[in-house]
Design a protein around this ligand. Structure first.
Ligand code: X90
Length: 278
């Protein structure tokens, strides 16, 4: 029997999977004096509090090739799920790791998947991969199913600030300015190219939740799955969950806490919503 493993960078907010061998390749949040590694040992709440008051420069860095090789371990067949190549070097590092792994271990295979997204949309794909593997499909049978499934999922989010996006040159200063205004929440989506696309400026959280709901509905959600990742905003995540329960009772919703990377960019209060377009 060939062993199958799923590997994901830490932006997927997953540390373990209960049914399938899994490894997390951690990103890092870096300041001039400290490094936060986004693995199981990270105290996310402490990190968020730290960045709330930290005024100096900070940045993030993706796992390197070696980190991905460590995550691959010695599995025969690997699905390696990464954050969008439009905003991070993760995908490239994973591709280099794939080349080395396959060269050094003839017969072993790695499929690197650029999700053009992050967080809960990555989680949906990982759940789907798990489902396929558990149902007995082989690696070869699963490969052609991945892209069509990716086309059926989306990511919408609500952020109170784009401070860390702007600081790292991942969004234009003009967009960051809007998101910095008191009480204004930016609702946006992952674009087709895997970049941040602002959709609405909302006054207050309740309006932003309604904007998220409308987006889900307009993009085809009827009975599919929704995964809500939040950065210390359980209340708003619950609000959205209740709206979905009431208006689209067939939808199955799960709430997740952001780990380090998503928390760093989403900042306190931020919400990321992965959904199926059916
Ligand atoms: O390589 C690195 O240093 C990581 C850079 C990651 C930048 C994006 C993180 C996004 C976190 C915030 C809202 C979602 C925006 C999604 C756009 C595709 C989550």
């Amino acid at each position: 029997m060939r062993t199958i493993k799923i590997v994901a960078d830490s932006s997927a907010n997953l540390l373990t999977l209960s049914q399938i061998p899994f490894a997390n390749a951690p990103l890092k949040m870096i300041t001039s004096t400290q490094e936060f590694i986004d693995d199981a040992s990270l105290d996310v709440e402490q990190m968020v509090s730290f960045f709330e008051t930290y005024k100096e420069k900070s940045k993030t860095s993706c796992p390197n090739t070696g980190d991905f090789l460590t995550a691959f371990g010695d599995a025969d067949d690997i699905f390696c799920v990464t954050i969008t190549s439009g905003l991070s070097g993760c995908y490239n590092a994973a591709c280099m790791a794939k080349q080395m792994y396959e060269t050094n271990n003839p017969g072993k295979r790695v499929r690197v998947i650029d999700t053009l997204s992050t967080g809960p949309e990555m989680e949906l794909l990982i759940e789907k991969l798990t489902e396929w593997i558990k149902s007995g499909l082989s690696y070869e049978q699963i490969l052609p199913l991945i892209e069509p499934y990716q086309e059926q999922t989306g990511l919408v989010f609500m952020l109170a600030s784009l401070k860390n996006f702007a600081a790292n040159g991942r969004v234009s200063p003009a967009v960051a300015k809007i998101a910095g205004m008191l009480g204004i929440r930016i609702v946006g989506k992952a674009s087709e190219k895997g970049t941040l696309e602002p959709l609405h400026k909302c006054r207050g959280e309740q309006k932003s939740v309604e904007a998220i709901y409308s987006h889900l509905k307009e993009n085809g959600l009827k009975q599919g799955k929704v995964r809500i990742a939040h950065c210390q905003n359980e209340t708003l995540a619950e609000t959205l969950k209740n709206i979905l329960k009431e208006r689209l009772p067939k939808v199955e919703t799960k709430i997740i806490k952001c780990r380090g990377l998503c928390s760093y960019y989403a900042e306190k209060g931020g919400l990321l919503v992965g959904f199926e377009k059916f």
